[in-house]
Design a protein around this ligand. Structure first.
Ligand code: HEM
Ligand code: HEM
Ligand code: SF4
Ligand code: SF4
Length: 351
């Protein structure tokens, strides 16, 4: 039996998408059962109270979280985001409900052993609710109390080789795409660069040095899987200087329908016969491609490396061989002003 009635939240479960409300209810139930018999360090019904306070916010049309307050661990000016509820009597479980940012590894590779350790720690000392991963890139652990913070940090730093991420006016935890580990489009080793700069700027990551947050993000190619172009003050985006490599036989196979376009993505629906003119040539933003007499040509000097043609026909078209990255500065997506594009500072640099 739920501690609080949540008719408004319940409606959200009826939509077509997986619902965070169902997830939270599941977690609330898990904590209530506490099968492992953990000595839970924050209230057992924390998730129930989280659902309760959110329901109240929906009813009142305004938040019942107070904004911030500085909490953290000794020596660090970031990594923990303080949250307090303005209805602590009604919802004592979430009277404190701080978020912990945990630095993710480059490329987000984990061992199951590590993940188990992290989840066990968070079940024990936090709400059990995680966000893997936040828009910032970090592992986000949502909801714990002030006395738990040092304990969590001690466990992470002593037994898990794990550091906190950035928050506030710090350098934020740098984030990269999976890059050369899995992706043939990667024009440089995003993980290496991300890892190196993370270590280089440890101090800026942990102690607020700027008037506002600052983000680096690393994308191996202009597909921008970590959206560096829109979401970081300094974006490193893979690119190439020479020509797109064309495999003429494979182009024919796409045109003839032997190879599925877009690597078979969207294939669950019948889109009709592949039309290279309409789906590739006509959509090239710079109009620099031609398909004449069954032959594809590209005026590479006009190509802006938008990746469209390569994404549609990955077996026929490949990025060039002289690869490196472009560096852009100045983009950000501040909450009040909305997304702002960066400016291209360094068009090409070998990495
Ligand atoms: C007064 C209440 C709150 C305020 C003002 C607030 C505001 C913010 C802000 C400014 C950020 C940082 C965005 C950035 O990195 O640029 C953030 C991150 C986040 N907040 Fe809150 N928040 C509040 C309550 C909550 C609550 C109650 C939850 C969860 C139940 C929550 C979950 C998160 C998560 C998961 C992130 C990290 C997102 C990411 O890195 O992608 N916040 N919040
Ligand atoms: C009309 C309502 C909403 C709007 C307009 C909205 C808008 C956005 C936008 C623009 C982002 C992406 C930020 C970025 O990637 O740079 C975002 C991310 C996020 N939103 Fe919302 N949001 C809404 C409702 C919600 C609700 C109801 C929740 C949870 C209860 C939520 C939780 C999150 C979280 C956790 C992220 C980070 C996702 C990640 O891990 O990358 N949002 N939201
Ligand atoms: S940004 Fe490019 S290189 Fe990185 S994972 Fe995405 S497609 Fe691959
Ligand atoms: S990468 Fe983009 S701009 Fe370059 S040829 Fe292909 S579609 Fe045109």
């Amino acid at each position: 039996m739920a501690k609080h009635k949540t008719p408004l939240l319940d409606q959200l479960e009826t939509g077509p998408w997986p619902s965070f409300v169902s997830d939270l209810k599941q977690e609330a139930e898990k904590r209530a059962k506490n099968k492992k018999g953990l000595e839970l360090q924050i209230p057992q019904d924390v998730v129930e109270d989280l659902l309760g306070v959110l329901e109240l916010s929906y009813k009142h049309g305004r938040t019942h979280w107070k904004h911030g307050g500085i909490v953290g661990v000794f020596g660090y000016g970031g990594g923990v985001i303080g949250r307090y509820c303005d209805q602590p009597t009604m919802f004592p479980g979430v009277a404190h409900f701080h978020t912990v940012r945990v630095a993710q590894p480059a490329g987000k590779f984990y061992s199951t052993e590590y993940l188990r350790q992290l989840c066990n720690l968070w079940d024990f000392r936090g709400s059990g609710i995680t966000n893997m991963h936040g828009s910032t890139g970090d592992i986000i652990l949502i909801g714990t109390t002030t006395p738990q913070l040092e304990e969590i940090y001690f466990e992470m730093s002593h037994n898990m080789d794990q550091d906190l991420g950035g928050s506030g006016s710090n350098l934020r935890t740098p984030a990269d795409c999976i890059g050369q580990a899995r992706c043939e489009y990667a024009c440089y080793d995003t993980q290496a660069l991300c890892h190196n700069l993370t270590l280089e700027y440890q101090d800026e990551l942990h102690r607020p040095a700027f008037p506002y947050k600052f983000k680096f993000k690393f994308d191996g190619c202009p597909n921008c899987c970590v959206a560096s172009i829109a979401r970081s003050d300094m974006s490193f985006i893979g690119t190439w200087k020479d020509d797109i490599r064309i495999d003429a036989e494979a182009v024919k196979a796409y045109v003839g329908g032997e190879i599925k376009p877009n690597a078979g993505a969207h294939a669950g629906r019948d889109w009709g016969k592949f039309d290279i003119q309409k789906e590739v040539i006509g959509l090239c933003p710079t109009g620099c491609m031609k398909y004449e007499d069954n032959k594809l040509t590209i005026n590479n000097r006009e190509c802006t490396r938008c990746m469209h043609c390569i994404n549609v026909m990955p077996r026929a078209l490949r990025i060039g061989k002289q690869t490196g990255c472009s560096i852009l500065v100045g983009a950000k997506a501040p909450i009040l002003d909305g997304a702002q594009m960066g400016s291209l500072l360094v068009p090409f640099i070998e990495v």
